[in-house]
Design a protein around this ligand. Sequence first.
Ligand code: SF4
Length: 384
Amino acid sequence: MSVTYPEYYEKFTCTASSCEDSCCIGWEINIDSETEEAYRQVSGPFGAELCRSIVTEEGQSHFRLAEQRCPFLNEQNLCKIILTLGENSLCEICREHPRFHNQYGTIKESGLGLCCEEAARLLFSSSRPLKFVTKLDDAVSFSGNLDSDWIDTLYAARKIAFSLMQNRNYSIRDRLALLLAYGEDLQDLIDLGVSLTVLEQTVQEYSDSTYLESLLLQLKEPSEEKTDLSHWWEHAFRLFRSLESIDATWRCSLDTLSTNVDEARTAGRDFETFYSSRSYEYEHFCVYLLFRYWMEGLYDGDLLSRVKFVVISFLFLNLWDCQHWLCHQTFTLKDRIFIAKNYSKEVEYSLQNMEILLNTLREDKDFSVSDLFSALLDEKCGKS
Ligand code: SF4
């Protein structure tokens, strides 16, 4: 039994009252039944306040928000439950957030979700390639009934996906083009129902630098069918607009972005020059998404939609970055954190949104692999 996590994971501490986008504002937090029971046992005025604030809808309890704020968030943005009852009294979601945990057989994986600005700061603070730590952990018990060979193969395949994303001999856009080709090749084999041995051969091909060089040349050959990228972006924005949103400012950002797509794309080359020493931030962002979502393919055999999700997330972030840079002529680490955090909060932190996105990326012809190649290798945008 083991647990794997990014090397910065253990450094996380909530910044509490210094946080500029507290997760105690705007989110309705479900309270687990064990914690609810404990809250209902608290005596005195605070116990009465706890009971008054809990509402139960369709069998699920949560705190009633007061003007979008958790009723236990005080004027200094500190948690009154922690101040009164101690940190151990928090419900599971509050105790864990922004940590996430996934488990595949005997392997547990933990990470820090990017919807938290402190988690984003930790991710983007180092230029070194992101590393993961694996430790034996007896507390992890076996979970699920997945085939262990299938788990091992997908792990090995993800290792190569990481190495493609962290290959700094190539630009970010080239790395993503290779990742997309890799996802497509693996998906074709999975759909054909080939043996794991055949799948592993393809995985190995993508660790060969000569193979990658020639593949990239092929991918860059001009294609006869040209994707109309202005039209493609309109379609992409329709998709993002169809998602549920948490914060009203997200809709405004989408509107501003979507009306200035061509200007932002045209600024891409200059932004790329400006940002070249920090392109590792895109690398970290993509590795974070691969770490979090790749292995979910174990359940439905769909790797390609998850790779497409990484690609479209990069494209969206990069477009937003270009537009921000165009307006402000600067792009700080704070800007990086703000944009990545907002994207994660609005897109990733809704199961419904993720389901819509993955289904659309799987089925909608406008998000075909060749369209995504065109968007990645967009001449206007440069090489990132
Ligand atoms: S978003 Fe992160 S840093 Fe901010 S209050 Fe929540 S856990 Fe703390």
